[in-house]
Unconditional design. Sequence first.
Length: 332
Amino acid sequence: MPERGRLPRVKRVTIEDVAREAGVGRQTVSRALRDLPEIAPGTRERVLAAATRLGYRPSALAKGMRTQRSDVIALIVSDIANPFYPAVARGVYDAAEAAGCSVVLYNTDADPDRERDAVEDALARSARGVAGFFYGLPDDVLAGYARSVPLVVADRALPAEVAASVSNDFATGTTAAVALLARRPDACLGMLDSSVGVAVDERRAAFVAACAARGFGDVSGRIVQGPPTIPGGTEAARRLLSAWPEVNGIFAFNDLMGIGAVQAVLARGGAVPRDCAVVGFDDLEMSAYLDPPLSTVRIDKYEHGQALVRALLADTADRISLPVSLIARATT
């Protein structure tokens, strides 16, 4: 049986180690590594050779302290377990890499204190910028941070000229979803709304307005809130259908709640879409492989991540709206 033991501790090679190896001072090493002209070519070669032998890697944090900005981009999300965010993060990582930046990811669970801690940590790292899905921090707090570091908010707009925002066209997507659900002549629609999240009010208002425009009257009483998860959608749909059994069309805040709605209909002995049609939002990859496949409003999540980085590096207060598209599948 192999012996158990501790892994050897790895000592980071410092600039002082390089200076000793090359027989020069610390400042000479610093100047040589930055290729400043006042260093003699022979000295520079000796320093670089010493750094290579020792395996020296410059500290990104130390670089940030010298330049007031590192090459780190902070990405703040609410729930990394939600499949929406990894798809966005991939776009952020690829765009950041192309710009010579690295990414630090923060998960906040939609808690305002953790959102604040994430931004504070990014500031301590001298981050080049912060892109985030902020659920709890108020506008004035985010505006204050925007004065200290380039900031881009996702699916939320701060006051003009404070920070850039990258949002999806929720109103158009919601209107298209309502039109799809309203095709049946006896349509009676309800909504599963998230109890937390960005663009919640916008999506809810768009649903109410779209239903009113199609002659359904005031449907605000048929909106039930829940966590934006599959179990949250199941429970919210159960409550909606118990209170309003005539509902035969459900628009869900996101695909996870939409999947939960399908489960709730099936648990009641119903069939989808015969007894109740369902439309989600986001077009998660899994949604196309369900039984039945979920109709949804597609967000280009990869492009969303790319746009966050482009807006961040541009360091403007532009408001960017990304298009969405309706994907009709077997739940409608």
